[in-house]
Design a protein around this ligand. Structure first.
Ligand code: ADP
Ligand code: MG
Length: 264
C-alpha cells in the first residue's frame, strides 16, 4: 500500500485484503436526491470471485448503486469497503479504478479510428494519451497481455481490425477487454447484452461466466433470458431496497418479486 501526503492509504491492484470475508461490503447505504431515497439502507456483500446479477425495474436504484461503488456518487450514510481495509467513500474515482474496480457502461466507448490492438494498448496505458502510447515501444510483456486479453474476449483474429468496423457485440467485448487490461479484481457491467444478436448474447454469457472466479463480476441487466443463462446469485432491487436475494429459481418464485418485476 502506498502512503500519500495526507496519510491516507491508496491501494494498488492485488492489494485488496479479503482474508476476513467479502471483497465488497455496502452497509446501510442511503443515497437521497432532494429527499427522495434512490438507495434506502442497502446492504450488499460480494464474495471474491462470484458473479452477481443485479436486477430490478427502472428506477430501482441499480445505476445509483454502481455510482456509489465507483465513487461517482457519495452515500449520505453507510459504509462502502473494498476488502477489509479500503474505504471507497474516502477515495476519488480514479483511486477506486486504481484499486481494482472497473466499470463498463452500457454504450461502448471504443476508439473507432484505431485498431483493436491499439484500443487494448491504449487501455493498458491508463490515460497517458494516444500519441505517446502509439509511438512508444511495446514490451514483450505488454504484447503478451494484449494477446491474452484478445483471446479472452474472442477477438484475437480481429487485432488488426479498426474498432469502428466491429459489430456492436464485438465492440462491447472490446470494451470489456479494455477494462481487463487494467487488471481489475471487481468488474461492474451495465446491461452488456442490450442490442446484441442471440449468438452474441450467448458468447457474452460465456465471457462473463469465464471471468468469474479470477474476477468478481457484477452484472446489471434487464434481459431476463440472459440473467437465466449466467445467474448464480441474484439480487433484486426495488425502490432503493434489496427486495430479494438468492438463486434465480428462488427469487423468481418470491411473490414480491413476481409482483414488482417478473410478473409485469
Ligand atoms: P435504475 O438504474 O435501477 O433504473 P437509478 O439508480 O438510475 O435506477 O435511479 C433510482 C432513482 O433515483 C430513480 O427514481 C431516479 O429518478 C432517481 N435518481 C437517480 N439519479 C438522480 C439524480 N442525479 N437526481 C435526482 N434523482 C435521481
Ligand atoms: Mg440504470
Amino acid at each position: 500500500m502506498k502512503q500519500r501526503e495526507g496519510g491516507r492509504h491508496i491501494a494498488e491492484p492485488g492489494q485488496i485484503d479479503t482474508t476476513h470475508g467479502p471483497i465488497l461490503y455496502l452497509e446501510n447505504v442511503t443515497v437521497s436526491f432532494d429527499g427522495f431515497k434512490a438507495l434506502d439502507d442497502i446492504n450488499l456483500y460480494l464474495d471474491d470471485g462470484e458473479l452477481r446479477c443485479i436486477i430490478g425495474p427502472n428506477g430501482a436504484g441499480k445505476t445509483t448503486l454502481m455510482d456509489v461503488i465507483t465513487g461517482k456518487t457519495r452515500p449520505d450514510t453507510g459504509a462502502v469497503f473494498l476488502g477489509n481495509t479500503l474505504d471507497l467513500t474516502a477515495m476519488r474515482e480514479h483511486e477506486i479504478v486504481n484499486a481494482g474496480i472497473g466499470r463498463k457502461f452500457q454504450k461502448p466507448t471504443v476508439f473507432t479510428q484505431h485498431t483493436v490492438f491499439a484500443n487494448l494498448e491504449l487501455a493498458s496505458q491508463g490515460g497517458k494519451g494516444v500519441w505517446s502510447t502509439l509511438f512508444a515501444k511495446l514490451s514483450g510483456a505488454e504484447r503478451d497481455q494484449i494477446e491474452s486479453v484478445a483471446d479472452t474476449i474472442g477477438l484475437r483474429d480481429r487485432l488488426p481490425t479498426m474498432a469502428g468496423s466491429l459489430s456492436h457485440g464485438e465492440k462491447q467485448w472490446l470494451e470489456i477487454g479494455m477494462l481487463l487490461m487494467q487488471d481489475p479484481r471487481l468488474l461492474l457491467v451495465d446491461e452488456p447484452v442490450a442490442g446484441m444478436t442471440h449468438q452474441e448474447v450467448e458468447r457474452t454469457a460465456e465471457l462473463l461466466t469465464g471471468l468469474a472466479g479470477t474476477h468478481t463480476v457484477v452484472v446489471v441487466e434487464h434481459d431476463m433470458e440472459f440473467v437465466r443463462l449466467i445467474a448464480r446469485k441474484v439480487t433484486v432491487l426495488h425502490e432503493g431496497r434489496v427486495l430479494a436475494e438468492g438463486s434465480m429459481d428462488r427469487v423468481q418464485q418470491d411473490p414480491r418479486v413476481v409482483e414488482v418485476y417478473l410478473g409485469t
